[in-house]
Design a protein around this ligand. Sequence first.
Ligand SMILES: [Ca+2]
Length: 345
Amino acid sequence: MEYVPICGVAVVDNNRAMEKLPNIEGLLSYRVDNQELYLRGKQNWNSMAMENEILELEGKLGASQHKLETVQTSQNNLRKELAESNVKISELSTKMLQLQEENKIYSSCKSALDTVSNLKHGVYKIRSPSIVNGYSNVYCHMTSLPGCSGGGWTLVMKINGRKETFDYGSSYWSNKVTYNPGGGQTGFDDQETKLATYWNMPFKEICLGMKVNDHLNFISISYQASSLYNVIADGRHRSTNIGRSKWLSLVQGSGLQPHCTLDGFNVHSPRPVISYPQAVRIGTLGNEQGDCNSSDSYIGFGGISYYKRIFCRMPKITNTCGNVAYCMPGGGNKELPAMGYIFVR
Ligand SMILES: [Ca+2]
């Protein structure tokens, strides 16, 4: 059989048989040997796409689609990573800003707080021209203390009443020498300190704190000065006139003799301190007589040394910061040494 036309399709055994078909454009021929269908063009037989080729193409298309999906997933992951990176970058820049603020040198804790609100309590670099590097590391209390409203308090001194470091006669009150600056970088602990802020920090307010048996009380005093050194070092008395009850509120259960209303800075009897020993650098006095000449009580910072306790059978013990009261008219002597804190703003 050379060829058999069936309904317009020639079925042939092989290529040789197909070549013998008449040259009719558009004629369809099915080759039995390779099971392929051909279409007659002007000159040649053209093999038509077979199922397995279509399947192969479909397979390729599927693979391409899969690749496209993979690329899209990668893209989504990248977008997510980018968004996460952006969050991290924003967090880092916030931290960097905070670090920059902490490393700036400020004129006071208040000026730091005025520059960036919500600063935390802690150590800040405070300008101190007389110190190497031109700054001191100073503890700043950035929020209100009970009794001292508003934040931005610059630490000046911390005094342990059970020690003689800052007794009335100590040269630390009249010199420009620091004491244990490391103690000026911590808050309300029991380390003593005197910082350069004693002589180079101008202020309008003082915040005084006393801690006795873990009770910590504060009072604030409005007083303007170019430094604490400038109101204390010369030994001259300067009044603050804040009233006795405010001073007494520093220590729970404190007391004073009923007379003598001297208070403020360098508070001592009008007579020489050596003859009439009760004196205090910051605080107020008391006396059972109607004057201040023979005071036997005080509440404040920088009291007399133990060896100057010569009246009213005062025991020879140290209490340079806190409350001391003997010769009380109704009895009930007071001996309440405190841990004292002095801040300015
Ligand atoms: Ca007296």
